[in-house]
Design a protein around this ligand. Structure first.
Ligand code: ADP
Length: 398
């Protein structure tokens, strides 16, 4: 079955068409600047040339129409007609407490997702717009929602409750939800498969380090804790997000800088993390790594603080699970920055971690990067959220 995977943001839309039998990506692309002047679609069939077209996209329905047109284009398309697309899998950011698993989309599900909009006001409305646009153009094609939060719904209460008045949980469902769940689930399962061990027997820590970064503790195949919270702002230091800070800093800054809460949130989401800490050198680890090797104090400061925070979280999740068997690195930084893995593993002597530097230098494959004698196994597992969404979609529509 051919599955269209859609990841819809407020002004962008990423897509992939995946053949579920071979698990190959047949085509992928991106619509940018939807509803803004200068919208463009990038489309690339597997093994073919990437095409970029600037074309008006006043709304998401038009963006999806262009995606479907590209996929069925007689010259560069990869399907003869839309009938060949068996189902659509949609990434949905927030499923609140309502969705502990992926679901087939119907009007009841849409209403329930809408009820989670308050929890993710930037993301969920955009995801819903994408789903509705797709339903309009492909009314008879089954669709599935795969939630970023679902995998983390197995966390125990002690891990998801904040030390706040309980009434806020009762009234507003304020609690830790966690994100990147599709990736944490895919990577932890894949690690067990690659090692030839039973998923249910392992204690796994997954470090998803991309521009957004989160870490999770997976015990016997169930997530028991994760670093992101009610929103993706909590936890690790990220490209531009602060991660954990003393909440009183917000009040302090508001007074000193004369900023309102929206401005403070913008600082914490867009101007902080390694970008802010490197005094605006970069949020990109390629630049930070280059700066680090040149001895640039801004790059050194950001790199060291980032890796230290990851190591600290690993320690806390070792405590949460009373041990760890496997630590996995994934996503843009986790997969591509050996220096980050080296620095983080440098803190893990107490776990008997012995890095194999040659393996740590490789890229683009599922690989163990510790020596055979290492007491804890450390791996790099490239994440594939689109494939995970396609698998979930097939599982539910078959
Ligand atoms: P997201 O999905 O959160 O946008 P990704 O997982 O795609 O992020 O990660 C993007 C980040 O990965 C970039 O900002 C950059 O810091 C890092 N990255 C990508 N390639 C490399 C590389 N070759 N070396 C170091 N870091 C890299």
């Amino acid at each position: 079955m051919k599955i269209l995977v859609i990841n819809c943001g407020s002004s962008s839309l990423k897509f992939q068409l995946i053949d579920s039998e071979t698990e190959q990506c047949l085509a992928k692309g991106l619509c940018e600047r939807i509803g803004i002047d200068g919208s463009m679609i990038t489309y690339a069939p597997e093994g073919g040339e990437k095409e970029k077209n600037v074309t008006p996209m006043p709304d998401h329905t038009e963006a999806i129409r262009l995606v479907l047109e590209a996929l069925t284009n007689p010259r560069t398309g990869v399907v003869g007609s839309l009938d060949e697309i068996g189902a659509v899998g949609h990434r949905v950011v927030h499923g609140g407490e309502k969705f502990a698993e992926s679901v087939v989309i119907d009007s009841e599900v849409l209403a329930a997702v809408e009820e989670c909009n308050d929890l993710a006001p930037l993301h969920n409305p955009a995801n819903l717009i994408g789903i509705n646009a797709c339903r309009k153009l492909m009314p008879d094609t089954p669709m599935v929602a795969v939630f970023d939060t679902a995998f983390h719904q197995t966390m125990p209460e002690k891990a998801y409750m904040y030390g706040l008045p309980y009434e806020y949980y009762q009234k507003y469902k304020i609690r830790r939800y966690g994100f990147h769940g599709t990736s944490h689930s895919y990577v932890s399962k894949r690690a067990a498969d690659v090692l030839g061990k039973a998923y249910d027997d392992l204690k796994i820590i997954v470090c998803h380090l991309g521009n957004g970064a989160s870490i999770s503790a997976v015990e016997k195949g169930r997530c028991v804790d994760t670093s992101m919270g009610l929103t993706p702002l909590e936890g690790l230091m990220m490209g531009t997000r602060s991660g954990d800070i003393d909440p009183a800093i917000m009040e302090f800054l508001a007074h000193k800088e004369g900023k309102d809460i929206d401005k403070i949130m913008e600082v914490l989401n867009k101007k902080s993390g390694v970008l802010g800490l490197s005094d605006n050198l970069s949020s990109d680890f390629r630049d930070l790594e280059a700066g680090y090797h040149e001895g640039d104090a801004n790059a050194v400061r950001a790199m060291e603080a980032f890796c230290y925070r990851v190591a600290k979280y690993i320690g806390s999740f070792v405590a949460a699970m009373n041990g760890v068997d496997v630590i996995c690195f994934t996503a843009g930084v986790g997969e591509n920055a050996p220096i980050v893995r080296t620095f983080v593993c440098g803190y893990l002597g107490y776990l008997g971690v012995e890095l194999d530097q040659e393996a740590n230098g490789k890229r683009g494959e599922d690989i163990v990067i510790t020596t055979p004698g290492s007491r804890t196994t450390v791996m790099v597992i490239p994440t594939n959220e689109e494939l995970a969404i396609a698998r979930e979609t097939v599982r539910l529509v078959k």
